[in-house]
Design a protein around this ligand. Structure first.
Ligand code: FES
Length: 76
């Protein structure tokens, strides 16, 4: 079982598995992020940009990130 991390999604703190994608975290809260190139059976291809969401970092820097790719524990 994956370690849980706390994230804030639309102003609400939630616990999600570290390896969950933003799409999966949103879906757990009943929020559907639209996708086009994503397929559960494949590694994220990230080519259509349809799932892009705004992510606020620790120092309030804001960036855009694919909702269909990468876990929250990934730091870049
Ligand atoms: S669904 Fe295409 S980049 Fe995420």
């Amino acid at each position: 079982m994956s370690e849980k991390v706390k994230i804030t999604l639309n102003g609400k703190e939630i616990d999600v598995p570290r390896d969950a994608t933003i799409r999966e975290a949103a879906k757990s809260q009943g929020i559907e992020i639209p996708t086009f190139c994503f397929d559960d059976r494949l590694k994220a291809y990230t080519s259509c940009f349809l799932c892009v969401v705004e992510v606020e970092g620790e120092e309030h820097d804001t960036r855009l990130q694919y909702g269909c790719e990468s876990g929250h524990g990934n730091q870049d």
